[in-house]
Design a protein around this ligand. Structure first.
Ligand code: PLP
Length: 499
């Protein structure tokens, strides 16, 4: 399997090379040249297999330059009982007869990012050996909150790799901030940026795309890579849980073998739902992918009009990991929908960079509408959904998952589509405990309580144990306290690397 650029501007490379580079140096993202297909017979043979066994099947199709033994080692190092607090890694919770929730938050940092970031460092350290490099790898991460901690946990103390995380100052929850700033490990750096997530992401992308600067870093003995979902190694592991969820439902007798289902995905950077799309293209029986946004609804507008327009106010919400106006992975989706026309993608993304907007053609939109439906939920509706779902089902969801549920309820009302549906739960409710507790008990419930008191209160009313990754945070020492302006990202990198 070879990987090509979405912008038709780079030679084909092996997966190890694509993972090591993170993104195409001259702009563009690596994508598989062809999408492998798992036929029904092969799919049926996977029913009843463990998460690791399903992972082995899927990953092997894409990482053809890794030996089966190497892939097994990566899987064993990631999906185990030390890292995940559930034997299934991603268990399904039945909400009602036709709706299941895929809990993707059982990893060490309580958000779905762990599903990929526990295994990706294993891919990367092997990629470095395969491709051969005499340089130290520097992972630059822009985070809206959850990627940062998941990447820090995945990469800390990995030899030959340094990781620097940039997050929006005062743009993440207290728990998210403490998770990051208390990280130990001798190769981890965390920096708060006075700006929003897009500022962080743009600064990091600019550094990646600056060939001169990368030459300069190389002279100093450093090579950049990315743990954001622009890196193929981050996206690939996410395909696995769509297969896993389907197979588990067949196994439980909830879905007939071969029966189509819907997936609802709370979306920000478009990575998670893109993985669902790859699963669909690989032959997973999918009826619709439902893309759920919060009030920063650039994607909803795009899917309904064909115009992507980021020229709008950035709104901070209770689902901060979805507060994004530039969804990087849309580029990969458009590349597929536009029939691998890299020149078109270069033109559209060029317009996005220069004018903040672009419009895609009719054929591409038709292709998209066949599989994808989109909606958004406002703040009030999101909080209402948390309360209502808790009241009706005794099940508590976080703010991001609640956006997905609300959009799904609206979708059913509008379309009457009763196809069996799986909703991704992207974070543990404890990770966004203040908003969740407020939604259930009213504003009074959080007043005068710090975030650790609200954690305990949430545990009390739900009868759920506090997620292990969040428990002792208030007793840990803060080890990272850099705060910089949004134009100082490069300078911070140099200061940290001592160059
Ligand atoms: C990252 C994140 C999302 C958005 O996922 P994308 O892959 O960026 O679309 C949604 N919910 C939570 C909790 C997240 O951490």
């Amino acid at each position: 399997m070879k990987y090509i650029s979405t912008r038709n501007n780079y030679p084909r490379v092996d997966s190890a090379e694509a993972i090591k580079m993170g993104m195409v140096p001259s702009g563009g993202l690596f994508v598989p040249e062809e999408i492998p297909v798992i036929d029904n017979k092969r799919l049926a043979a996977l029913a009843g297999k463990s998460y690791g066994e399903v992972a082995r099947e899927i990953l092997g199709l894409y990482l053809t330059d890794y030996s089966p033994g190497e892939i097994d080692d990566c899987i064993a190092g990631a999906y185990n009982q030390e890292n995940f607090d559930h034997p299934d890694m991603a268990p399904l919770h039945k909400l009602d007869e036709g709706t299941y929730i895929l809990e993707l938050w059982h990893g060490p940092t309580a958000a779905f990012k762990d599903m990929a970031l526990q295994i990706m460092p294993h891919f990367l350290s092997r990629a470095v050996t395969k491709v051969g490099s005499d340089k130290e790898i520097v992972i630059l991460v822009a985070t809206s909150g959850d990627t940062g901690k998941a990447a820090l946990e995945g990469f800390k103390n990995v030899p030959g790799i340094k990781i620097i995380v940039f997050y929006p100052h005062e743009g993440v929850s207290k728990v998210q901030e403490l998770q990051m700033t208390t990280t130990d490990g001798d190769n981890t750096y965390v920096v708060a940026v006075r700006g929003n997530f897009d500022d962080c992401q743009n600064a990091v992308k600019e550094i990646f795309g600056d060939e001169e600067y990368n030459k300069f870093l190389a002279e100093k003995g450093y090579e950049l890579s990315s743990a954001n979902s622009i890196n193929w190694g981050r996206l690939l592991p996410q395909i696995v849980y769509y297969f896993w969820a389907y197979l588990d439902l067949v196994n439980k007798g909830a879905v007939e073998p071969g029966g189509k289902i819907n997936f609802v995905v709370p979306t920000g950077n478009f990575g998670n739902i893109l993985a669902a799309y790859y699963a669909y293209r690989m032959g997973l029986p999918v009826n619709k992918l439902i893309c759920a946004s919060n009030i920063n609804k650039v994607l909803t507008d795009f899917f309904n009009t064909g115009i992507y327009d980021r020229n709008r106010e950035f709104i901070k919400t209770a689902s901060p990991s979805m507060d994004i106006l530039i969804s990087s992975n849309l580029e990969r989706f458009l590349f597929e929908a536009a029939g691998h026309d890299g020149d078109k993608i270069r033109e559209w993304l060029g317009q996005l960079a220069s004018r903040g907007m672009f419009r895609v053609d009719r054929e591409t939109m038709d292709e998209i509408s066949r599989i994808l439906s989109a909606g958004y939920a406002g703040e009030e509706d999101t909080l209402w959904t948390i309360r209502e779902v808790f009241r009706r089902y005794g099940y508590i969801v976080d703010t991001h998952t609640a956006v997905g549920l609300k959009v799904y309820f609206d979708y059913v009302k509008q379309t009457g589509d009763r196809t069996f549906t799986v909703l991704d739960a992207t974070a543990s409710p404890f990770k966004f405990n203040r908003a969740v507790l407020e939604a259930v008990e009213g504003p009074g419930a959080v007043q005068g309580r710090d975030e650790f008191e609200t954690l305990r209160e949430l545990s009390r009313i739900t009868g759920m144990e506090i997620h292990p990754g969040l428990k002792a945070l208030d007793r840990k020492a803060v080890r990272h306290d850099r705060v910089i302006g949004k134009d100082e990202v490069k300078a911070a990198v140099e200061e940290i690397l001592g160059i």
